[in-house]
Design a protein. Structure first.
Lengths: 195, 56
């Protein structure tokens, strides 16, 4: 009788799970492309946090929910033209950056009265939160979105890599370097906040 | 608190956060997406396709 091995190759097992997850997600995207409403809803649930974080890196906090809605509306309208279902996360991130830039251009055309309303709305958040968000937005571009996904949405590094399509190594480096710079920046603003 | 433990926490929450990281998570949580709005209506899928953001 053939012996069953006692030790499992955990690295191979993890790789197999990753492959299964990627195949499952590609299948979900294909179903959404075929008009499956529930599949698109699942994609929305899975990616809303990523979209929200990317938008928050670019536009005022009070505009982010509108941006998220607009991004998923465009994705729904155009998902059929996405050729590689495995590229869904990166494709959605690009749409988010485009929609955010358009919104920024539009907000730069606000009248003074409209701008005052927008500024007043941002006072809903605590001073500490606004200061931390401003410090992240002042970081080099490569770190902003990754840190917001981690610190605002609570996504782990592997989840960020999975959603964005970036390698885990690149996400890990961005988190590490971004956090180091953020701590230096927060310390420069308020030494008490980085004990 | 070792730097390694904080790095692990930053990566996958498996270690212990330092005070700054804990503070940042706490205050920035105010901005978290709550998911109250669902996906857009499927009827939009039948709208004309826009030309930008073309498929990869």
């Amino acid at each position: 009788m053939r012996k069953i091995p006692h030790r499992v190759n955990t690295s191979a097992a993890a790789e197999s799970l990753d492959t299964d997850a990627a195949a499952g997600e590609a299948a979900l995207v294909r179903r959404a492309q075929a008009g499956d409403r529930r599949a698109f809803g699942d994609l929305h649930t899975r990616y809303a946090g990523m979209v929200h974080s990317i938008a928050l890196a670019h536009v005022a906090a009070d505009d982010v929910n509108d941006i998220v809605q607009e991004v998923f509306l465009r994705a729904l309208q155009k998902i059929r033209v996405l050729r590689d279902p495995r590229a869904f996360g990166g494709w959605l991130a690009t749409i988010t950056r485009n929609v955010s830039r358009s919104a920024l251009r539009a907000s730069s055309r606000l009248t003074q009265g409209e701008a005052e309303v927008a500024t007043a709305e941002t006072q809903r958040h605590s001073e500490d939160a606004r200061r931390a968000l401003a410090a992240i937005r002042a970081l080099p571009k490569a770190y902003r979105e990754t840190l917001l996904m981690r610190l605002v949405q609570g996504m782990t590094g592997p989840e960020i890599a999975d959603r964005t399509g970036r390698t885990p190594a690149s996400v890990r480096v961005n988190l590490h370097r971004g956090m180091k710079l953020l701590k230096q920046q927060m310390h420069a603003i308020s030494p008490r906040s980085t004990r | 608190m070792s730097e390694r433990m904080t790095d692990d926490y930053l990566w996958d929450r498996s270690g212990e956060p330092d005070e700054t990281l804990r503070h940042l998570e706490s205050v920035l949580g105010e901005y978290r997406h709550t998911g109250t709005a669902g996906p857009p209506d499927q009827a939009a899928q039948h709208d004309d396709l826009l030309s930008e953001d073309s498929g990869r």
